[in-house]
Write a protein that binds this ligand. Structure first.
Ligand SMILES: CC(C)(COP(=O)(O)OP(=O)(O)OC[C@H]1O[C@@H](n2cnc3c(N)ncnc32)[C@H](O)[C@@H]1OP(=O)(O)O)[C@@H](O)C(=O)NCCC(=O)NCCS
Length: 333
């Protein structure tokens, strides 16, 4: 089969307006700005307010990506949404976005790969384009973890924020593939370390269920240990697949979960600060949206210059993780 190469057309993002600082959190938790900043790098996070939800931010990010690419909703052939806390299970967030952007010719569906969702969506999207059946594929990652946090658990609730990112890809007419290498992985044996159950009520004719908690629970230390050996391996494997070395890469755009994890990856790659995209201080961990938000913001601010090559990497519940080496074409918005 003659696989079609992929062009990255644009990156979009959206975050809630409401900002909650570390100092704000001290009103409801036994914590401090000093603890949160030094252990995680987070200073504040954007949080869904009132009726705001992940569908709404997904729509905004999708519109941002379409507008930057000059592509209309009707020209979109497929919408893949990564979300671990969608506003609705059904209709899917994909279908809600399809309606909102007028993508009447697109198929639309959701996937869940937690914080690695955008890399999984990219794997699906590039395969769609590769077959030649779908041309313009809109990938959206949207999460509002703050609605599902246990706000009495200071070890987890300080870490997350809300937001959405979108990446629009299409068939590369010039034959140059922007996805130079991409690997996603999963290890379900580690699943217990980050969990969120959907809890429903049993039929009244049977015993009520006793287990399950519709709140995020996390063993931060285990996650940290797991990530510190899997993520560097994943990145190195991706570079090897790409036939490149760290020195050939211009930027690292990592999942924004903990600044200490990012610094570990930075030192492994021997990158200076200019090459590492960090916005965890402003947004916290926005799950699947984290990488596209970081990418979108860094391109818009000029921190990422094009043309260039970047490593994208993410990890999270599953455990699932992945890395990609991508080409950012000149003028990419
Ligand atoms: C969660 C994480 C920041 C905790 O950092 P840590 O250095 O391992 O901290 P510990 O859990 O050892 O806690 C150290 C102390 O700080 C306390 N502490 C925990 N959270 C606190 C907070 N928000 N404010 C103040 N103190 C806090 C603990 O109770 C503990 O106190 P103790 O020593 O008296 O028992 C860190 O483990 C981490 O980032 N892990 C990865 C998580 C992650 O990336 N998850 C998302 C994946 S997508």
């Amino acid at each position: 089969m003659n696989y079609k190469p992929v062009q990255i057309l644009s990156i979009g993002m959206a975050v809630p307006k409401k900002v909650v600082t570390n100092d704000d959190l001290t009103k409801i938790l036994d914590t401090s700005d000093e603890w949160i900043s030094t252990r995680t790098g987070i200073k504040q996070r954007h949080i869904a307010d009132g009726d705001e939800n992940s569908t709404l931010f997904g729509i905004e990010a999708a519109k941002d990506a379409l507008q930057k690419a000059g592509v209309s909703g009707e020209e979109v052939d497929a919408i893949v949404v990564a979300s671990s806390n969608p506003y609705n299970i059904y209709p899917s967030t994909g279908c809600a976005i399809q309606e909102a952007i007028g993508a009447k010719n697109a198929i639309a569906f959701d996937i869940t790969a937690a914080c690695t969702g955008m890399l999984y969506a990219l794997e699906i999207g590039r395969s769609f384009v590769a077959t030649g059946k779908y041309k313009n594929v809109l990938l959206v990652a949207t999460d509002t973890n703050t609605k599902f946090l246990d706000w009495t658990d200071r070890t987890s609730c300080v870490l997350f924020g809300d937001g959405a990112g979108a990446i629009l890809i299409t068939e590369a007419k010039d034959g140059v593939d922007d996805i130079i290498a991409l690997n996603v992985n999963a290890d379900g044996t580690m699943g217990r370390h980050i969990q969120m159950n959907l809890v429903g009520d049993n039929c009244p004719l049977v015993e009520p269920a006793t287990s399950g908690q519709q709140k995020i629970t996390m063993n931060g230390k285990e996650v940290y240990k797991f990530v510190m050996h899997t993520m560097p391996e994943s990145i190195m494997k991706c570079l090897e697949d790409a036939g490149l070395e760290p020195k050939d890469i211009d930027y690292l755009v990592p999942h924004q979960a903990n600044l200490r994890i990012i610094e570990g990856l930075q030192s492994r790659l021997e990158f200076n600060d200019e090459k590492v995209i960090v916005n965890i201080d402003k947004y916290g961990n926005t799950s699947a949206a984290s990488v596209p938000i970081a990418l979108s913001e860094a391109i818009a601010s000029g921190k990422i210059k094009t043309p260039s090559k970047a490593i994208l990497c993410a990890f999270g519940a599953g455990m699932a993780w992945g890395s990609a080496v991508v080409r950012l074409r000149e003028g990419l918005k």
